[in-house]
Design a protein around this ligand. Sequence first.
Ligand code: LHQ
Length: 258
Amino acid sequence: MSSVVFEKKNAIATIRLNRPEKMNAFNRDMALMLQEKLDECKIDKTIRCVIITGTGKAFSAGQDLSEVVDPEGPGMRRILSEHYNPIITRIRELKKPVLAAINGVAAGAGANIPLCCDIVVAKKSASFLQAFSKIGLIPDSGGTFFLPRLVGWQRASALMMMGDTLTADEAYEFGMLYKVFADENFESEVQSIAEKLANMPTMGLAFTKKALQWSSTHTIYEQLHNEDKLQQWAAATADFKEGVDAFLHKRKPDFKGE
Ligand code: LHQ
């Protein structure tokens, strides 16, 4: 059984973490496979939205802890540099929207990978847990970057130190999620968001992603300059022409992602 299941339907790619008997905990194979699938999404121009989700009752329990103590395993030195950091970098650099669909418990790296995604939605029964402190580690996978920006320094600090579990509703109240859906509607709601994203001006969304990212590391003056540059790029796309033409002629736009 493959540790990651990849499915492409029209312009939507779904990457499913698939070690349900281990709560989709990451071993080396799963981490490398996720990177490979993200690369496929980058190369395939017909893909215009990527969903990351999990099989079974977990999204992901983070690092497979049995691999950490396995003498044949990758060892602590390689886990961040070869597993999680390249995953976060790939998601941030992907010029298409990435939708994290949290179907169950998300712990450790499994809680922090979603934080770097462009949109995060969760099942009502899902939960979130900065599990790192419970085993003497620090939060990784970009968590120390994204969590304080999403929820504020104080809440991030408390969540990271206490390791308390948040329900999906609490995570929503904290600002970690875009929406929470009833369990029975979750799959269809995720599909409908993905379809909407896949039909939008993909390059415009990619420039938006870049602008948001630059806002964390630039001054207001630099950011105004960045917006100017990115807006020129967006205005040079075929989808911008299509969007304006459709608006002026009172018709539905047909964006091609170009
Ligand atoms: C697991 C795991 C797991 C192996 C459940 N590993 N088997 C970076 C740098 C380098 C090294 C370390 O890691 C990192 C990044 C990280 O992600 S550190 C954080 C690692 N993750 C955790 O510490 C979370 C550990 N898991 C849990 O706290 C619970 O299992 C959660 C809250 C996720 C789910 O609880 P329950 O719903 O009560 O399920 P369970 O505990 O009964 O787990 C079900 C099975 O899955 C069980 O196996 P078994 O054979 O007994 O049925 C667990 O052992 C296994 N499992 N997480 N991370």
